[in-house]
Design a protein around this ligand. Structure first.
Ligand code: S3P
Length: 434
């Protein structure tokens, strides 16, 4: 599927974005290993979160869907059934890595795989520490690539693990595995990463201790189901925020967006660039903060983004690059080498595709240098099969002169079903071709 984007219209009005992808995965996984029924409101229905539900169903978990809510009948920590086929995580790294932390302690054999992109992504970062806990996992390339085969073991050993990369997925897999270990499992992060697993586990009654960058759980607990309301995904809102900032005369109000401080790096950086962002109506949905975000067009300037801030906006860098192209001056993004092992190599993809539109983008081993302020021209661009690339290029197209085509745009459904409808509802001209 291709999108054709015509520039020239401001974005105006009010909208919501789909539920947070990270929180949706965690709500479903934690509910599945809890006792009793959990009702999840605003669960995200993108392909990734549906992959999590599909895997859980293959493991014998009862899941019912009705009127925007899903109900999960928890099986308890050890209640899954052996799947009679290979589990398919699709494009979803979160599904594969987090589920691994649970599968290693089930009393059966399972195999998990994913699509071509996911089979290329690094799994050693989660397999190795799980093996230190006693897990039995095999995979391609010395256990570092999917498909992965898991022989569940009855007991795991608690470990204290210093993570070499700042990854919320690795942290979460180890915390979930820690629920099955005899004693306290501690994960020490090199920098703060999203803490949705910690919050979700607490809301299911697990004691999670946080001391600076170290997070610990004990393996003697029981989880009890309840209700979860999933906030809107700030990573999806980011595309609308950047679009509203760079399109003259725009003003958009995005309601009910998650504003967990481990995710709000994009708001801080956009404000530093000169964006007008107003946050109102802050409140809590369960253990997660939510707010309404209003954003209006303004002149942006280049900025430097690096260090510990990177994990707090890692998924927003594609659209931040589009903001940078439309800002006066130079933007330098560093310490973001992780982008090379996302759904695609996002540094290479951004440099290649934004150059097609006339942008000046230099690739660094761990980042990008963008000389902003040159008007973009419409072009035929490609998503590289990556949802966030497709949406970032759509936003770039809205600010270009002349039409832009985004090829391979079907992957947008991975995280933001209804993206082009939402843009249209705010006044943008975006057509679906084929
Ligand atoms: C996620 C963590 C991040 C992020 C991904 C979702 C999560 O990945 O990029 O989109 O839900 O935990 P890493 O853990 O690989 O940094």
């Amino acid at each position: 599927m291709k999108l054709k984007v015509l520039p020239g219209k401001p974005l105006q009005g009010m909208c919501r974005v789909p539920g947070d992808k990270s929180i949706s995965h965690r709500a479903a996984l934690v509910a599945a290993i809890a006792e009793g029924v959990t009702v999840i409101r605003n669960y995200q229905k993108g392909a990734d979160c549906l992959s999590t539900l599909r895997c859980l169903r293959s493991l014998g978990v009862g899941i019912e869907e009705a009127d925007g809510e899903i109900q999960i009948n928890g099986k308890g920590l050890h209640g899954f059934q052996e799947p009679d086929n290979v589990l398919d995580a699709g494009n979803s790294g979160t599904t594969m890595r987090l589920l691994l932390g649970i599968l290693v302690a089930q009393r059966f054999f399972s195999v998990i795989t994913g699509d071509r992109s996911l089979r290329r992504r690094p799994m050693g970062r989660v397999v190795r520490p799980l093996q230190e806990m006693g897990a039995e996992i095999w995979g391609r390339q010395g256990g570092t690539k999917a498909p992965l085969a898991i022989k569940g073991v009855p007991f795991l050993k608690p470990i204290s693990y210093q993570m070499p990369v700042a990854s919320a997925q690795v942290k979460s897999a180890l915390l979930l595995a820690g629920l099955y270990a005899e004693g306290t499992t501690t994960v020490i992060q090199p920098a703060p990463t999203r803490d949705h697993t910690e919050r979700m586990l607490r809301s299911f009654g697990v004691q999670v201790d946080v001391q600076g960058l170290a997070v610990s759980v004990r393996g003697d607990g029981k989880l009890s189901g309840g209700e979860v309301a999933v906030p809107g995904d700030i990573s999806s809102a980011a595309f609308l925020m950047v679009a509203a900032s760079i399109l003259p005369e725009s003003k958009v109000l995005i309601k009910d967006v998650g504003v967990n401080p481990t995710r709000t790096g994009i708001i801080e950086v956009l404000r530093e660039m000169g964006a007008e962002v107003v946050i109102t109506n802050e409140r809590m949905w369960g253990d997660e903060p939510v707010a309404d975000i209003q954003i209006s067009s303004s002149a942006l300037r280049g900025v430097e983004v690096k260090g510990d801030r990177i994990p707090r906006l890692i998924d927003e860098i594609p659209v931040l690059a589009v903001a940078a192209v439309n800002a006066e001056g130079t933007t330098e993004i560093r310490d973001a080498g992780e982008l090379r092992v996302k759904e695609t190599d996002r540094l290479r993809a951004l440099a290649t595709e934004l150059r097609k539109m006339g942008a000046s983008v230099r690739e660094l081993p761990d980042g990008l240098v963008i000389e902003g302020g040159k008007p973009l021209q419409g072009a035929v661009t490609h998503s590289w099969g990556d949802h966030r690339m497709a949406m970032a290029l759509t936003v770039a197209g809205l600010a270009a002169s002349g039409p832009t085509v985004v090829e391979g745009a079907e992957c947008i459904d991975v995280s933001f079903p209804g993206f082009s409808d939402t843009l249209r509802s705010l006044g943008a001209v975006v057509d679906v071709l084929e």
